[in-house]
Design a protein around this ligand. Structure first.
Ligand code: UD1
Length: 436
């Protein structure tokens, strides 16, 4: 697996473009299965998760091809009972094909996605919602079969505003008979973009972005061209990159409205963020040194997907901070790695208590999940000496060419591929073995 080698302490400057949102590209790719007509998606980032979702669609019989600036999908016919189990186990988001396939064909057999490193991540809310729409769910041998002779619109109350459950239910309900109302729905911008995409196909969804979403089922859906929204988590990560290196950078392709909680917290810590008249957002992190208290919450609260990056930032704050993780039960795996770099963080239950330190020290660290990996890269940018971030595959799932983009901003960061690494080891071993 590749690793990133970072020589920290460099100021960043210049501008960088944020890619399209991974977390909207995945549900929209899944939703493309709802229609026989051609779908053209723009600004989908070429990430490994996107690649796996494209494979899921292909294995289900869809024609999927990438053009210069778009991904095109035509799912004339659906093959097989559901997504391949090896792909579901690689990427949880492939469970989002359940709602689309149920809406399209009234049945799907899908392997249970299981937990992942950040938590148990059950699917009970998805299944409860499908059952409310009239589907039967049966579990056996690690698979779940979801079948419905006819899906019927219903009022569904989600016990928690789950992003994935809201998306799956919106997709299934788009083809149900009658009207579905999802109460306590997730309000994330990704939900709004998925609703916009489904409406472009001919669905009748209103209220996306609020707690109550109303979906009038339609008989058929058509084709559409859709551009996905910018990735708010990538944007937030670059904002923290400016803050942790006390630098000033310009970000293109950012919707600040999607980042209200992140922007509020950065400002509270001492950063300045200004939308530029000629476009872009200028992030000035020179004085971003104040400690913070942060609680992760469903949108519009502070995103759990930015918790690790802010943890990295607050290791260097002038004072004590507290971060409470309310969404996932096991999302502090970056703590031990940050402490290895000299941070002072103590975890008690769902809270992390940070005492700011003057300096982090470069160290070989391991990224355990996507955002934890991003946090270690950020810490490496600010640390003294050399940081090696191992298992970059986690980071590549959600950040398009993070090393290149940071290098463009002046960071000293490079990627060592496994091949280069093994060649280096071979050379070193040969040099030691052969006396000169
Ligand atoms: C999505 C995002 C992920 C983000 C998360 C929360 C994608 C591809 N991923 O994940 O990056 O961190 O939202 O903002 O968009 N839960 C249940 N039962 C369920 C479903 C969820 O208990 O049936 C729980 C989960 O275990 C978790 C919480 O609800 O504790 C939030 O999960 P959810 O909003 O569903 O997250 P995802 O859609 O998996």
């Amino acid at each position: 697996m590749d690793k990133l080698v970072i020589y920290g302490g460099k100021k960043l400057k210049g501008r960088v473009k944020v890619s399209g949102a991974k977390n909207v590209s995945l549900p929209i790719l899944a939703a493309s299965l709802l229609t026989r007509e051609k779908v053209c998606l723009k600004d989908v980032p070429p990430l490994s998760d996107v690649y796996y979702m494209m494979k899921v669609l292909e294995k289900l019989g869809a024609q999927v091809y990438s053009a210069k600036d778009s991904i095109n999908i035509k799912a004339d016919t659906i093959r097989g009972e559901g997504p391949a189990s090896d792909l579901v186990s690689r990427m949880r988001a492939s469970f989002l094909t359940a709602g689309a396939l149920l809406g399209r064909r009234g049945r799907v057999k899908i392997s249970l996605p299981g937990g992942c490193s950040i938590g148990r991540r059950p699917i009970d809310l998805h299944l409860k919602g499908f059952r409310a729409l009239g589907a039967k769910t049966e579990e056996a041998c690690g698979y779940i079969c979801i079948t419905a002779e006819k899906l019927r619109g219903e009022r569904i109350y989600l016990d928690f505003p789950s992003v994935g459950a809201t998306e799956n239910l919106m997709m299934a309900a788009s083809k149900a008979l009658g009207t579905t109302v999802i109460e306590n729905a997730a309000e994330e911008p990704e939900i709004v973009d998925l609703a916009n995409f489904l409406n472009a196909l001919g669905a009748k969804i209103s209220g996306a972005g609020t707690k109550v979403i109303r979906i009038e089922g339609v008989r058929e859906l058509g084709g559409a061209v859709h551009t996905v929204i910018p990735d708010r988590i990538e944007a937030g990560t670059f904002m923290v990159a400016a803050a942790i290196t006390r630098s000033k950078i310009l970000l293109d392709n950012v919707i600040l409205d999607h980042l209200k909680a992140v922007v509020a917290k950065l400002k509270e810590a001492g950063a300045r963020l200004e939308e530029q008249p000629e476009g872009g957002v200028l992030v000035s992190g020179e004085n971003c040194t104040l400690p913070l208290d942060i609680k992760t919450l469903p949108y519009p609260g502070f995103p759990t997907d930015m918790q690790a990056q802010f943890m990295a930032l607050l290791t260097l704050a002038e004072g004590n901070s507290v971060i409470t993780e309310n969404i996932f039960e096991n999302r502090f795996m970056h703590v031990s790695e940050l402490n290895r770099m000299g941070a002072n963080i103590r975890v008690e239950g769902s809270s992390a208590f940070l005492q700011g330190v003057k300096q982090l020290q470069g160290f070989p660290v391991r990224s355990t999940d996507l955002r934890a990996g991003a946090a270690l890269v950020l810490a490496g940018l600010a640390a003294r000496g050399c940081t090696e971030v191992l298992e970059v595959n986690h980071i590549d799932r959600g950040y398009y060419r993070i090393d290149e983009k940071l290098r463009q901003l002046g960071a000293e960061i490079h990627r060592v591929t496994m091949k280069e690494e093994s060649e280096k080891e071979m050379t070193e071993a040969t040099e030691t073995a052969v006396p000169r």
